[in-house]
Design a protein around this ligand. Sequence first.
Ligand code: GLN
Length: 340
Amino acid sequence: MFEHDAVDVEQRALTGALPPRSHVAELVAEAHARYAGLDEGEVADYIPVLGAADPARFGLSVVDIEGTSHEVGGVGDTFSIQSISKAFVFALVCEELGHEAVHDRVGVNNTGLAFNSVMAIELNGGSPMNPMVNAGAIATTALVPAASAEERWELVRGGLSRFAGRELELDNTVYRSEAETNHRNRAIGRLLQSYGRLDPDPLETVDVYTRQCALSVTAHDLAVMGATLAAGGVNPATGEQVVSAEVCRDTLTVLASCGMYERSGEWLFEIGLPAKSGVSGGIVAVAPGKGAVGTYSPLLDPAGNSIRGQRACAYLSRALGLNLFASIHRGASELEASHV
Ligand code: GLN
């Protein structure tokens, strides 16, 4: 998945803040320039309308915890948030129900299988396993405390909008295209019901999940949403406390282990950041206490992760010193490289 061209960038081990702003701007521009011409991968088309995405699109945004953004390319291009919604719905549910309830009802372990795997449920006695695969995300959406599907949807849309710092809208074309073809997700809903893992109506819950995936966002939105998780739950654009710092910690932990599907280990090994991707081509990668990277480029690898997005994140993680696991010896300068 990762060509090691990003490895020619020295790995910085940087605790505390991001490097000076002018330097961040330069590196974001460099990351975009490096990968804009890369045209490997395929656009997802199992949701029919996604097949029409323009493969040339590439937006890259970095937002720090003070709300400063550095952006290049199509950062205003809209696309459906898809699986990236799972991270933020999980955070909202954690905020409502707490650490233990979510751990017990959904789980936090990687399946090692594709995001829409039915076998993963069967192999694990009906457990949805984690909130970042479809089964776990449907189970998480079911936990949003609401008396009706419509109320559940409004809570989800409103909550994700608070993360983005603006009112997010449904992309009706994407919603309809997925709703007409999401037989597998409906089967997952029914299977969870058969195991007593879903209290509300399964098909209504899958419908809310399908709508949450069809919320329209930009790469800039993703960076603001991620920066909110990086800033202890305070949206750096609006100043609103969206969720608690404890919820951010729990969400980022699950993103680290499960956010990039069955490739999460490989991602963490190369990039060292909690992250979430979606099949329309978005990625959000979060550097706790620093900020977040939001990318949009619809060409995907076989696991469903954007190729340009992954490469740009790998580059920025190294160049900006974001890798959580890069260490330095006490007494060494913060800017000193720890080569890998
Ligand atoms: N809505 C998509 C689905 O349920 C989301 C999948 C994804 O982004 N990986 O299949």
